[in-house]
Design a protein around this ligand. Structure first.
Ligand SMILES: [Fe+2]
Ligand SMILES: [Fe+2]
Length: 330
C-alpha cells in the first residue's frame, strides 16, 4: 500500500483514534488500496467485516446440508462424484472465510459458538428444503449463480484477506453454477416427467434466489456505509438486476420458464423488468420461521459435537509435532 501512514499498526488505535490515522485510512480506501490486518482501521469497519465474513462463512457450511441430502441418492456415479466435490468445495469456502475473519482477531471457535447459539445469521436461502433431485440443479444454477453475482465484486473489496479469499471462491462457484445448469439442461431435455421436475424446482428457487441480494436499497441498513468503505461495490438492487438480466436468456436456453409473469425486456432501461418480491416471506424466514431453520441448526450443532474428536486429535498431533521440531532444533 502506497499511503505510508495507513500502515501504522492498529496499536495506534489504543493510543486514541488519531485523526491522522483515520485520514490515512480514508485516503487508502479512496485510492483503491488494500487495507491489511496490521493497518489501522476504524472499529466500525472491523466490526462490519467480522459480521459480514462470519455470515458468509456460516452460509458456506450450512449450505452444505441441503445438497448433501442428495449425495446418497444421486442418479449416477458421475453425478455423485460431482455433487461430493461441490459440497466439499463449500466446506473449503467456509475454511477460507473463517481464516480471513481470524486476521481481524476473531477466532473460528468464537464465530462457530455464535452460529450455534443462533446469535449470528447465515443466508436464509438454506432454510428451504431440497425436495427433488432437480433442486440440486436449481441450487447450482440459481443459488450459486446469485452468489457469484454478489461475490465477484468482493474480489475488489478494500480488506485484503477477504478480497483474496474471494478470488478462489469465485472460481469454484463458477464450476458450481455450470454443473447446476448442465444438470437442469439434462432434465429439461429428458422425459416429460424429468422436464416437469426441473420446472418445479426452478419455480420454487427463483424468488428465494432474488431475495439473496438482500432488502431493497432504500431499506438496506448497512449498504451506504459499506459502499463508502468499498467493502461493497454495488447496491443490492443493482446486483439483483444484473442477476435477472443474466438468468432470463439462460432460462430460455434451458427450455424452462421463470415463474414471473411481469418479466419482460425494457428497451428504454436496457434491462429486464420483473415483478414485486414478497418481502413478508423473506422476513419470516430471516426471523427463523423458514421451513428448515431448526433442522439446519440442530444438524450443525450435532456435526460440531461429533467432530470434537477430530479437532482434539488434530490439536494433539500438532502439539506432538511442535515438540519434536522443538527437540530437534534444541
Ligand atoms: Fe461456496
Ligand atoms: Fe457454491
Amino acid at each position: 500500500m502506497a499511503t505510508a501512514a495507513a500502515h501504522q499498526t492498529y496499536g495506534a488505535e489504543e493510543a486514541g483514534a488519531d485523526t491522522t490515522y483515520e485520514r490515512a485510512f480514508d485516503a487508502a480506501v479512496a485510492a483503491d488500496e488494500r487495507i491489511e490486518p496490521r493497518d489501522w482501521m476504524p472499529d466500525a469497519y472491523r466490526a462490519t467485516l467480522v459480521r459480514q465474513m462470519a455470515q458468509h462463512a456460516h452460509s458456506e457450511i450450512i449450505g452444505m446440508q441441503p445438497e448433501a441430502n442428495w449425495i446418497t441418492r444421486a442418479p449416477s456415479l458421475r453425478r455423485k462424484a460431482i455433487l461430493m466435490a461441490k459440497v466439499q468445495d463449500e466446506a473449503g469456502h467456509g475454511l477460507y472465510l473463517y481464516s480471513a475473519a481470524e486476521t481481524l482477531g476473531t477466532s473460528r471457535e468464537e464465530l462457530l459458538d455464535k452460529l450455534h447459539a443462533g446469535r449470528q445469521k447465515y443466508s436464509s436461502i438454506f432454510n428451504y428444503p431440497t425436495l427433488t433431485w432437480a433442486d440440486v440443479g436449481a441450487i447450482g444454477w440459481l443459488v450459486d449463480g446469485a452468489a457469484i453475482t454478489n461475490q465477484v465484486p468482493l474480489c475488489r473489496c478494500s480488506y485484503g484477506p477477504y478480497a483474496r479469499a474471494m478470488v478462489r471462491i469465485c472460481k469454484e462457484e463458477s464450476f458450481h453454477q455450470r454443473q447446476g445448469y448442465e444438470l437442469l439442461l439434462a432434465l429439461s431435455r429428458g422425459t416429460p416427467e424429468q422436464h416437469a421436475m426441473a420446472q418445479d424446482a426452478v419455480d420454487r428457487w427463483w424468488w428465494p434466489s432474488l431475495m439473496m441480494f438482500g432488502p431493497p436499497d432504500d431499506e438496506s441498513a448497512h449498504s451506504a456505509q459499506s459502499m463508502t468503505w468499498k467493502i461493497k461495490r454495488h447496491s443490492n438492487d443493482e446486483l439483483r438486476q444484473r442477476f435477472v438480466d443474466i438468468c432470463v436468456p439462460q432460462a430460455e436456453s434451458l427450455g424452462l420458464t421463470l415463474p414471473d409473469p411481469d418479466l419482460k425486456w425494457n428497451e428504454e432501461r436496457q434491462h429486464y423488468d420483473f415483478g414485486p418480491i414478497d418481502w413478508t416471506e423473506f422476513k419470516e424466514v430471516l426471523k427463523g420461521n423458514g421451513p428448515c431453520n431448526e433442522q439446519r441448526l440442530t444438524q450443525r450443532r450435532r456435526a460440531h459435537e461429533e467432530g470434537a474428536w477430530v479437532r482434539e486429535a488434530a490439536a494433539a498431533y500438532a502439539a506432538k509435532h511442535n515438540d519434536t521440531t522443538g527437540a530437534m532444533q534444541a
